[in-house]
Design a protein around this ligand. Structure first.
Ligand SMILES: N[C@H](CCC[C@H](N)C(=O)O)C(=O)O
Length: 290
């Protein structure tokens, strides 16, 4: 099977051209390929498939083989892949995902895509719509915030015997944003799984540990469901932007600094849509026997 290794801010996936290749068992292939010791090494597998409603379809799998609905860093690389390979020759294109069709604007230099601006759609905040089941015992309270409705906003959540202030946002996949003193001082492999498998998130959750530097800059680390700590998470950066704006910590345009690079997040008030801009990079191409 031919593949291309690509990354967006160090969030790396193995990309397969599903217009040409057949992947028999994508879940199993994702586990093998993602292994950094016995496989190619990546945060997961993304198969680019034909779509009936958009220019192509992004079929995304985490490193543990679970299927993801949306991937902010992945979708920029998908756009770069189909543009650079001459499969879709448009600087504005659409990509179908399991959480809807997204529109992307490509910034091209010398015939190759360098950065992409993605319309990530509207954030969803109501707990019942994003599979968050808070119980009184967890101490996590739902509040009303005009004009946003019911939200979990900087509410204390008990995780592994400690109280963490959390804001819950879905960007097509579920996120839990928590503001901490020093994200880089945390033992993420120890604490991350307790968020991921917390009973208030029956479908698991991606968790962002953030520090607000000023009204335009936020630092974050992320623990992704199904993949562990990754160097960046595009949907996560968008969730962080939304959480910071909702809590009044930043302005509506935020530069999110992740381990592997920066993403610009803008929450357009009029259209209620989140725009994410960032790089897409090809690392190498190869062939592997499954
Ligand atoms: N890294 C991705 C998100 C993967 C999400 C996945 N871990 C899940 O929701 O199961 C991003 O750039 O948005």
């Amino acid at each position: 099977m031919k593949f291309t290794k690509m990354h967006g801010c160090g969030n790396d996936y193995v990309y397969v051209n599903g217009f040409e290749e057949t992947v028999q068992d994508p879940e199993k292939a994702a586990v093998f390929i993602s292994d950094r010791h016995f496989g190619v090494g990546s945060d997961g597998l993304i198969i680019i498939r034909p779509s009936r409603t958009a220019d192509c379809f992004m079929d995304m799998y985490n490193a543990d083989g679970s299927r993801g609905k949306m991937c902010g860093n992945g979708i920029r690389c998908v756009a770069k892949y189909v543009y650079d390979h001459g499969m879709v020759q448009k600087e504005r294109m659409t990509v179908e995902t399991l959480s809807g069709v997204k529109t992307l604007d490509l910034h091209v230099k010398d015939g190759k895509v360098e950065t992409v601006r993605v319309d990530m759609g509207s954030p969803v905040l109501e707990p019942e719509k994003i599979s968050v089941r808070p119980r009184e015992a967890d101490g996590c309270l739902i509040s009303e915030k005009k004009p946003y409705g019911r939200v979990i906003l900087d509410a204390p959540l008990n995780v592994n015997g400690q109280s963490w202030p959390v804001t819950c946002v879905s960007m097509g996949n579920p996120h839990c944003v928590t503001r901490v003193r020093d994200p880089y001082g945390l033992d993420l492999p120890a604490i991350g799984p307790h968020f991921e498998h917390h009973p208030i998130f029956p479908e698991g959750v991606n968790t962002e540990f953030i520090h607000v530097d000023d009204r335009e800059n936020v630092r974050m680390r992320v623990w992704e469901r199904g993949s562990g700590e990754t160097w960046a998470c595009g949907t996560g950066a968008c969730a962080v932007g939304v959480a910071c704006i909702l809590n009044g910590w930043t302005d509506r345009k935020v530069l999110v600094h992740l381990r592997g690079g920066d993403l610009l997040v803008e929450w357009d008030e009029e259209k209620n849509t989140v725009f994410m801009t960032g790089p897409a990079v090809t690392v190498f191409e190869g062939e592997i026997r499954l």
